[in-house]
Design a binder for this molecule. Sequence first.
Ligand code: GLU
Length: 445
Amino acid sequence: MDSIQAFMSRVISRNPGENEFHQAVHEVAETIIPFAETRPVYKKAKILERIVEPERVIIFRVPWMTDQGEIEVNRGYRVQMNSAIGPYKGGLRFHPSVNMSTLKFLAFEQIFKNSLTQLPMGGGKGGADFDPKGKSDREVMMFCQSFMTELFRHISSDNDIPAGDIGVGAREIGYLFGQYKRLKNEFTGVLTGKGASYGGSLIRPEATGYGVVYFVEQMLKLRKSSIKGKTIVISGSGNVAQYTLEKCLELGAKVVTLSDSGGYIYDEKGIDAEKFAYIMHLKNESRGRIKSYADKFGCTYVEGKRPWEVPCDIALPNATQNELNEEDAKLLIKNGCMCVAEGANMPCTPEAIAVFENNDILYSPGKAANAGGVAVSGLEMSQNSLRLSWSREEVDHKLQEIMFNIHATCTKYGYKPDGRLSYVQGANIGGFVRVADAMLAQGIV
Ligand code: GLU
């Protein structure tokens, strides 16, 4: 459509070189521009033109010192994308690939994801081009303290609430929270993903992974199927992959792969509870490489590749953006895959998504399938404000309900005129409407 092209060329010329951001915006524009034709009020108010412009971007220097006494300098960011329906909310990513493009794509996706949860959270994202891999605990603490020494003046529990993402887990959140509290002299819920002993919510560590599996169960229901007995290929081995795996095991599926930046392991017999405990220790305590799993349990390790060549019923890309391309998508389908749900943010390329949708594969974008993490972050904020904490069962129940409702929203807005269901369309429109209505109500802001 002409108007999509015109809109995109403006976005591209205003944000030169930000390819990931262009990709995320294009995916939304493709569904929202035709939808806005049916709701002229959105078109007239230029909601889409406004929503792609961050409300505020903060870029700052993060100097710190290594254990050897060398001075290092990293670049820190916070993208405050949209606060129409609540304070900015979204994770921090520490990874060498972090730049303006990555964070704007993530903050943009976060707007729709957070809206889909129905909780009062706007969209934001931040991070730094710091690589925690191979750093000592002390170096990570030094970095986090320096990072927060600037960030603290731009965030608060009522205006912007960061959390974790790639490279930012319980350890980093602890150091960041400690420094914020010291600088502000306030104990508030300014970060989520905190430890249970200092205001964290139960089930928050598990939430993204569990949520993905709850969502997949809903998708499979549409085909009168369930996760039990299915063979599942997972990429990644961080927080999302770990708890996706745990929930898959609990529900009787067979998970045969995990990966990291070095390669993937293929355990034909399936990863069981004992092997899962090993992975948790390997990745969260000794911070080692997934290859050690293959050495210990005597299974296949494929260096430098992703697991999409392994036959499966369900594929769950849980590692990072653009990790699954068109060829991978075709290979998955050829090998019998019938369902793909994104635990990571934007792991499938646009070409791969087209292959899935054109072949009637159940495919869900991350902004719907992985919203469980930020949803429980929202519940953590509520508990912090109430100054109480809910039980595991309570939080898990609310998480299941939220994932069920997100799926229902996708089916409400996702059907195409030919009767096919597009989760991309459903998630984009479902997420957009709530934010757009709030922006309309608040005038030209
Ligand atoms: N980084 C996660 C995401 O991509 C969680 C964000 C949060 O809990 O604020 O949604």
